[in-house]
Design a protein around this ligand. Sequence first.
Ligand code: CU
Length: 432
Amino acid sequence: MDTTKSGNEQSIDNDVDRRGFLRCMAWAGTGMVWTMSGGVPRSSIAGEEAPKPGELFFVQISDSHIGFNKAANADVTETMRKAIAKINALPTQPAFLLHTGDISQLAKPSEFDTADQVLKETQTRDVFFVPGEHDVATDNGASYLERYNKRVAGSTQPVAGNGWYSFDHSGVHFIGLVNVMNLKAGGLGSLGTDQLEWFEKDVKHLSASTPIVVFAHVPLWTVYPEWGWGTDDGARALGYLKRFGSVTVLNGHIHQTMQKVEGNVAFHTALSTAFPQPRPGTAPAPGPMVVPAGHLSDVLGIREVRYLRHHNHLAIIDRTLSGADPAPIMAEGEAAARAAASSTPQQATVNGQITIANFAFTPKGLTVAAGKTVTWVNHDDTAHRIKSANDQFASSPVLDTRATYAATFAKAGEYPYFCSIHPTMTGKIIVT
Ligand SMILES: [Cu+2]
């Protein structure tokens, strides 16, 4: 797209590719803004207009991964702190923050404590959370719910569900959803029947002219199912929103900005405050991506969201921490990830051992004699967790980098399993 045209509004109709994503990225100077005008998404260079008094303005941050300390970012607390400083430096302070999950790396109390400390540096009192899969991976969400359900209750309105809730602010109805619990082998993110029924009731009484903001960790639309970037029952939730004139869906999880507009619904995924992940299909696997030294702040960031009354739609402004366009540095990181994958020697096949690398189990099917012990070894810079698809054997603890898990299979049979954090990762033990 030509970003040199005069005037600060340009139609991006021509930038919808075959997947329906909006790829126009006018990251120039201060950030990229999206607004909807008469149902047509328009982009303009951000930064000129400060929010007006009485206009709703909030900030989304995401994927802080406090506790992560691998090559992609050795100090995630510091980069989260920089994101907060960027918010504090805005000329107008947001009414509240939304954190769209993966606050922590491994749901440890110390990680949540650190995140809470950093968030206290904001001038904004209210922070609304939804969990990411990392926040619920170790204890099925118990410690997350204990902390953050209370926080929401103390903020605006009581929590309605098992981590999901809604609230109203400045005439906009906000709905926080949980799509990282009870994931099924081979599946994507999932909302589940209880939450969908609650959701249907929650929006039923609203007038169709009420602007709606839905926020959840995993994208509610199918971004890239090969990497698990989507929600199995997201379409059912969106079906309940068809009659509304203005729906904005804010997600995290994929650590990069993607946009899509479908009818009256605008979808936006956000940057991380911790590390980037490659763009779909540009590297052998998702996961933490290393970028050239000194350029991490080009690929991390915050998102401002404004409700502009005269537009009756929300304006989205994505800002990297450095202010630079993330695309060139993303491309360098992706090229390095491809090169690293092709130069990695094949893992030696050790009898009874399964390698976890690049978000895959190798071998995918392992045949062993009854009574043998099988060992999984995690070579990724991200955590995985082995779970039996049919509850035939005990789940592993969360396996961080280099961690191993052993299970012994006494009886002949087939034992399908998957990663409960990344359910598109599947494998099978065949015991003879
Ligand atoms: Cu995994």
